[in-house]
Design a protein around this ligand. Sequence first.
Ligand SMILES: Cc1cc2nc3c(=O)[nH]c(=O)nc-3n(C[C@H](O)[C@H](O)[C@H](O)COP(=O)(O)O)c2cc1C
Length: 176
Amino acid sequence: MLLADSGEDRLSAREIDFIAQRDGFYLGTVSEDGWPYVQYRGGPTGFLKVIDDATLAYADFRGNMQLLSTGNIGHDDRVSLFFMDYAHRRRLKILARAEIIDGRDDPALLKRLSDPSYAAKPERAFVLHVEAFDWNCPQHITPRFTEAEIATRERALRDRIAALESQLNQLASSAG
Ligand SMILES: Cc1cc2nc3c(=O)[nH]c(=O)nc-3n(C[C@H](O)[C@H](O)[C@H](O)COP(=O)(O)O)c2cc1C
């Protein structure tokens, strides 16, 4: 068993829905001399695609030309993914084996993973074969909200303010 209390290796609807709602995650790889290396990966919500209940994939870019994650995976395919949902105080960790597929070898896959509205050209696909996952307890996760999440929660308030302002304007003009 790779993760304490886990033993799970097939993603259920709960994990699949959770991943589809994420706009970023942390990717841990193992360097050639054994150092853990963590990089953040972000994109439009759902950019990390669930191919099936044991496979995830996303499009990768050339980036800063260091290609550290790519290089690390070249010698050790074990990766750790860490997802945070601050708003709902949820976190999920996944262990997987990464396969890097050059876009020229599978253009259809890269197209499927790419966001057509994003101008940057993806070069390769990161395909992640899930070996284990586990949820952590919500304790100590401070709720934080993205601009989009705040906007959703503010909408009712803004609508109410607009309705009250309109009533106020009507009262002011009828009084005048
Ligand atoms: C044109 C371009 C687009 C990128 N788009 C993204 C992106 O959508 N999401 C992301 O996390 N990083 C993006 N990056 C950054 C790289 O993919 C990557 O995070 C960076 O090279 C560091 O990776 P490394 O630490 O594994 O070397 C982009 C980089 C470039 C040059």
